[in-house]
Each structure stands twice: as structure tokens, then as C-alpha cells.
Design a protein. Structure first.
Length: 238
């Protein structure tokens, strides 16, 4: 019984490239995987529409994973959008701020996400949270750093009086290696699913399909995704 509990995970699944890769990673390792998404009035809310498409495609194209994929949860965190004056929650220019952080940084976002996720996991008997946070190819967000998440893991476990492991399989991978991980997990089928069905663009552009996926091609998220895919696609990088 103990081993079964340890193999039950909750994935923070936004509908983007990183979280879709993490979902695949979890499905490859855990016997039961549930997902949770958050609506915080983000400008790129189209990612929430992509979530269900990706989940449905995984079920259809990966039968072994389909049997492990459990309930999906969606939480309304509109309050986060209301208290955040950022380029992800307001119609403002994406730029570098005086703090050195980009204007897309939403203070407390991952702290709140993981706290709410831990409450769901606790209620449903899941002991592992899986997130796509990374401090290799990222925009400098402090709540994506390894030390932040290790500290939060301790706080969550103490606050719940129960073990709550925070797994971040992409923490030390760059975007090219993230594409490579997807290929290792699900071959070209998974790579193509992530390329065409996930969403990363901060502006929510789903009208322009590039070699690396949909997006405006100009925002920091598109730039990271494009550069990673181009490095991944080079024969010498494989």
C-alpha cells in the first residue's frame, strides 16, 4: 500500500511545452497521475484551451499512459490576476524592469500554485507534485529557482504534517534538452503533439504556426522555445 501511495502524482499542467513534457515524464513513472490547471486571468489564456486537447491526444495516442491518467482539476485564481500588475495579467509592454526581472514576472504565482496543488494532493492521497520550473533556460523568475522549491517542499510537508515531494524534472535542462526529453519519452509522436498543440507565447498568438510551434515569435517565451527547438533539430545535438 505504501509503495502505491508513493507512485501517485499531481502535475501542474498549464497547457504549455514544459508542463506537457513534465506530464509525460510523470506518466512514464507513476501509476496514477492527476493534473491541475490555474486560471489567473493570464493574457495567454488560450493555453487553458490547449490543456484539454493535449490530455485527449495523450489518451488517444499513448494507451499505456491513458490508463494512468486520472482526474483533471481546474482552479479559479482570478484574484492573482487582480493583484498582479504584470505583462502576463495586464495589457502592457513586455520589458525589463528596474528590479532586473521581466515585466512578465507574476509575484507569488508558483508559490500559490504549489500551495493550492498540495491541498488537492493531500485530499486525494497524492504525495508528489510535479512542475515544469527551470532555472537553466528561463526568464529569471525567483519562484522557479531550485532553492525556492526545496524550501517550499519543506514548508508544505510541515504545514500538512505529511510528506509532499516537489519534483522538477526540467530544473537543470535547457530548452533543447527539454525537446530531447520529450522525444525520449514518446518519440516523434510526442514531439509533434507538443509542437502543434501546446502553447507558450505570452501574447496568446495561435495564428502563426512556426517550425517550433504557434506563437508571435517575438516574446521571451517564443524566443526560448524557438532557440531550443532549433538546437534540438540540429543533427549534431542529438
Amino acid at each position: 500500500m505504501g509503495d502505491a501511495v508513493e507512485r501517485r502524482a499531481l502535475v501542474l499542467f498549464s497547457g504549455g511545452q514544459d508542463s506537457a513534457t513534465c506530464l509525460s515524464w510523470a506518466l512514464d513513472r507513476y501509476t496514477l497521475v492527476e493534473t491541475v490547471g490555474f486560471n489567473y486571468e493570464q493574457r495567454h489564456a488560450v493555453e487553458l484551451e490547449c490543456r484539454q486537447v493535449v490530455l485527449d491526444r495523450i489518451k488517444a495516442q499513448f494507451p499505456n499512459w491513458a490508463t494512468r491518467l486520472g482526474a483533471d482539476h481546474m482552479l479559479d485564481l482570478a484574484l492573482l490576476g487582480q493583484i498582479s500588475d504584470t505583462a502576463l495579467t495586464q495589457n502592457q509592454e513586455i520589458a525589463l524592469k528596474a528590479s532586473g526581472l521581466p515585466s512578465t514576472f507574476v509575484p507569488g504565482r508558483n508559490l500559490l500554485f504549489l500551495t493550492f496543488a498540495s491541498a488537492i494532493a493531500y485530499r486525494r492521497g497524492l504525495t508528489t507534485l510535479v512542475g515544469g520550473m527551470c532555472e537553466t533556460d528561463y526568464s529569471g523568475y525567483p519562484d522557479c529557482r531550485d532553492n525556492t522549491l526545496k524550501a517550499l517542499q519543506v514548508a508544505l510537508s510541515l504545514g500538512l504534517d505529511a510528506p509532499m515531494v516537489v519534483e522538477t524534472p526540467l530544473m537543470w535542462l535547457d530548452k533543447a534538452q527539454t525537446w530531447q526529453l520529450a522525444e525520449q519519452l514518446g518519440g516523434t509522436t510526442l514531439v509533434e503533439l507538443i509542437r502543434t498543440e501546446t502553447h507558450s507565447c505570452y501574447l496568446g498568438d495561435r495564428t502563426h504556426l512556426h517550425a517550433w510551434g504557434y506563437g508571435c515569435g517575438q516574446c521571451p517565451a517564443c524566443e526560448l522555445r524557438r532557440n531550443g527547438y532549433e538546437a534540438f533539430a540540429q543533427p549534431e545535438s542529438k
